[in-house]
Design a protein around this ligand. Structure first.
Ligand SMILES: [Zn+2]
Length: 833
């Protein structure tokens, strides 16, 4: 495969929704600049000229060398250039930032962490990356050029191989790859030089084109991966990723990069054609006394017209090169880069004012509008950390607009409505939605709930609705050869009416808020707006929920449109309650990195399941839901592996990749729902069945981490404070064994139960037996619930049995003879044989 055809994995960090990897600066680096005199690069070139020169670098025909047995080591990655030719790039302000190599090379990379070794093996069939390569494109801001020059020699006229046409061969590839790296290199050129980067884009002999990056500005500095396609879609497969071994200290809880946004003042005008004009004033606090280049997320559909500092001076802005649609899918959101005239000392506050405009609002017909490019309708620095928002909107009078925060003002004049929304405390993200809505209001104990829906469904659903109608009467003409159809009498079709279900959705929302308050504590915001968006997916913002039109349609209607069924359970009220639960899990309490996102999605999914259990026949629905989640996890991928085996929950969004496109939704939503359910079951009192301790643990967790970003580790240490003696398998007051199995590990265990029951006295029966374990690794241990089933399916927990690789034994007593003894498949994610 040609190097030039493959987009870079380097950009993947930008698709992580809660932080811009490209701009995250390691804490160590911040500490360094605080205590070291800063030497600024003196350059006569403007930032834009530098950027353009970096885009334009090419192989310097005068700098082509022969390489023999040169080793370049970057962190844990070793590159061996055994024999071949290397061409250095033309210098920018005297510095060489790249090179290309043709010949025989080898890369060796050993992840320090067992989870990452397993992930690497999942993609490459080996826990160690050991691959020969035949060509390489290298970009760097470190001493690579000097290291190479020290070991290279000029090609000799008598060499039997000659690098003829080397530069010509490479330059078109080089020019297409350069823009991917220019911004990152510019950051070092204009800022802190203590955390250089080294990117290698390699043509492997067995693995095809892949990348190895070592970049000290990333929270996980060392990464290897490749862009792969599956069914026409590009996936940025991240094979392994881990922090630099230079970080003797663990990385801090919050990586804030070179600047943190403290507050946002966003003024948004929505024109009658639904185009948007925005002005955003961001108050920032500098986190680095050396860095001048700051990246912001902003939809590529919005054109940035200007960025000014608080004195009114326009600043240099660099926007992404235009990307192909397929690349955008793999790379995620768009970014703009602002270059400050000079760095601000760490701790100094300053303001930037952005002006932009474009079309991020889609009108899908029938008064259904849709704010596309969800998180990036205003310039922001990702979900971490939180900021305070003051949002002003000006929009056509006939529309209703709902946004995050409290509506403190709304007035209309000359056909335009003006409204202002202020968040009372710092929130991770702000959103808004608008439409020709009708609404309902309900009151829960601590919050006002407003539900908004359009009178009619969006045009595409309406079309589907009309097409799904049975044909009307057929007009036939009698002929000697039989009846000939000559036309159809159309039936009149009543349009879909989402607004008709407002009361139902409002009722579900109010009951969920009240229910979750008893489980998780007070609703975190004064108000909850639930608003309709077209399509299939919902999203929860602080105090604002987007709900797909389909959730507003009755179940019968959804299945008639061919959109029902178990796999679409997300579309029914689970969608409403899942998003409501995110107000506690995700918005009020966030997650530290992509590895910890299961906390947010798992608790949202589990809370939704718990609410389902309160409906009529709820217990049955709850059991069925969890069984369907198990079936989804056990489903096979095209490679014949179960979806669950795609990787541990701890890998977060990386679980969706070319080998397992549905990995993330299944593992991070459905497996984590099961894991939380098992924790609850195991923390419940085995005699009374009370789960009070579990929910007390959750309420305490939410209160402790209010407004913060806890990690998986934080959750484990917290849960241990509430653990029972039974849960202490390793006799060390730790739950590590449970999380090692279920969060850091893979595998759904299979159990085989052998049991015998005998009478040992009046009203006394001995139930004893063994449980065999298979299908999981040898160190997998679990507390397996054994139940006695009596007449009328009455189920009584006999106890939990410690089962490991060598199996488990049990002996329980019962006062009457059970009809059957079984492993309780309702409270353990397992295959019972
Ligand atoms: Zn969710």
């Amino acid at each position: 495969m040609d190097l030039a055809t493959i987009p870079s994995v380097a950009a993947r960090s930008r698709s992580v929704p809660h932080g811009c990897g490209m701009t995250l600066l390691s804490w160590l680096c911040v500490a360094w600049v605080l205590c070291t005199p800063v030497v600024l690069a003196q350059t006569p070139l403007s930032p834009r000229e530098l950027f353009e020169q970096l885009n334009g670098v090419s192989v310097d025909p005068a700098q082509i060398y022969v390489l023999r047995d040169v080793q370049v080591t970057r962190d844990r990655a070793n590159f061996y250039f055994n024999r071949g030719f290397i061409g250095l790039f033309t210098a920018v302000t005297g510095e060489v930032t790249g090179a290309v190599f043709i010949g025989e090379g080898e890369v060796l990379l050993m992840p320090p962490d067992p989870v990452e070794r397993q992930s690497l093996a999942h993609f490459t069939q080996s826990p160690i990356l050991e691959e020969q390569f035949t060509s390489a494109y290298l970009r760097f801001t470190d001493q690579t050029a000097q290291e190479i020059l020290a070991r290279a020699r000029r090609p000799h006229p008598d060499d039997y191989e000659q690098p003829t046409g080397f530069a010509e061969h490479w330059n078109s590839i080089v020019h297409s790859l350069n823009p991917e790296y220019s911004t990152r290199i510019l950051m070092d050129f204009l800022g802190d030089r203590d955390t250089p980067c080294f990117h290698a884009y390699l043509q492997g002999v067995n693995l095809g084109v892949f990348e190895v990056d070592v970049d000290g500005r990333l929270p996980e500095a060392v990464r290897a991966g490749a862009v792969r396609r599956s069914h026409g879609k590009a996936y940025a497969d991240l094979w392994c990723s881990f922090p630099s071994q230079r970080s003797a200290l663990r990385l801090p809880a919050l990586l804030v990069g070179s600047a943190q946004v403290l507050s946002y003042k966003v003024d948004t005008r929505i024109n009658p054609d639904h185009s948007l004009e925005g002005r955003a004033e961001l108050e920032l606090e500098s986190r680095s006394s050396a860095d001048r280049v700051i990246a912001f997320e902003l939809s590529r559909l919005l054109k940035l017209t200007e960025v000014k500092d608080e004195t009114g001076q326009p600043l240099t802005v660099l926007q992404n090169p235009s990307l192909e649609e397929s690349e955008v899918t793999a790379r995620g959101n768009d970014w703009v880069v602002v270059v400050l005239p000079s760095p601000h000392p760490a701790g100094e506050k300053y303001r930037l004012i952005f002006s932009y405009g474009g079309n991020v609002i889609t009108d899908v017909g029938k008064g259904v509008l849709y704010v596309g490019e969800r998180g990036s309708w205003y310039p922001n620095r990702g979900l971490n950390p939180r900021g305070v928002y003051d949002l002003r909107f000006h929009f056509p009078e006939q529309l209703t607009l709902v946004a995050t925060g409290d509506r403190v003002e709304e007035k209309a004049s000359e056909g335009v409505k003006h409204s202002r929304w202020i968040s009372r405390e710092a929130i991770p993200v702000a959103g808004f939605n608008l439409g020709a809505y009708v609404s309902r209001t309900r009151h829960a104990r601590n919050a006002v709930i407003e539900v908004y829906a359009a009178r009619e469904a969006e045009a595409s659903l309406e079309k589907r609705h009309v097409e799904a109608q049975p044909p009307g009467g057929i007009i036939v003409q009698r002929s000697p050869h039989g009846d000939v159809p000559i036309g159809v009498i159309p039936k009149s079709v009543a349009p879909l009416d989402p607004a008709a279900l407002l009361d139902r959705v409002a009722g579900v929302a109010a009951s969920a808020v009240q229910h979750f308050e008893t489980l998780f504590g007070p609703f975190p915001y004064p108000r909850l707006s639930v608003s309709q968006i077209p399509g299939y997916y919902g999203q929860g913002w602080p105090g604002l929920i987007y709900l797909p039109t389909l959730s507003f349609l009755p179940e019968a209607e959804r299945s008639r449109l061919g959109l029902g069924g178990k796999s679409d359970d997300y579309l029914n009220e689970l969608a409403v309650t899942h998003e409501i639960a995110h107000q506690w899990w995700g918005n009020d309490v966030g997650w530290q990195s992509f590895r910890d996102q299961w906390l947010s999605e798992g608790f949202a999914s589990y809370a939704a399941a718990l609410h389902l259990a309160r409906e009529r026949e709820g217990e049955r629905k709850f059991r069925e839901l969890l069984r369907s989640y198990k079936a989804d996890l056990l489903r096979k991928t095209e490679q014949g592996n179960t979806i669950e085996s795609g990787g541990p929950m701890w890998l977060g969004h990386r679980l969706s990749n070319s080998l397992n496109p549905e990995g993330y939704t299944n593992i991070v939503y459905k497996k984590s729902c099961w894991v939380i359910h098992m924790l609850r079951a195991m923390m419940s009192d085995s005699a009374s069945g009370s789960d009070e301790k579990f929910f007390r643990m959750l309420r305490d967790f939410l209160a402790t981490y209010h407004g913060q970003y806890p990690s998986t580790r934080d959750f484990i240490r917290h849960a241990e404070k509430y653990m029972t003696r039974d849960l202490d398998l390793d006799r060390n007051r730790k739950l590590d064994w449970f999380f090692a199995d279920w969060v850091y590990g893979i595998g759904i265990p299979a159990y085989k139960l052998g049991v015998s029951t005998r009478r040992s006295g009046p009203k006394k029966f001995i139930v004893e037996g063994t449980i065999e374990q298979s299908g999981v690794s040898a160190d997998f241990e679990m507390l397996v619930p054994v139940v006695a089933i009596f007449e009328k399916d009455r189920k009584v927990l006999l106890g939990r049995v410690v089962v490991g690789d060598t199996g488990g034994r049990f002996r329980f007593t019962a006062t009457s003879k059970p009809a059957r003894v079984a492993i309780d498949e309702d409270t353990i994610l397992a295959v019972v044989r």
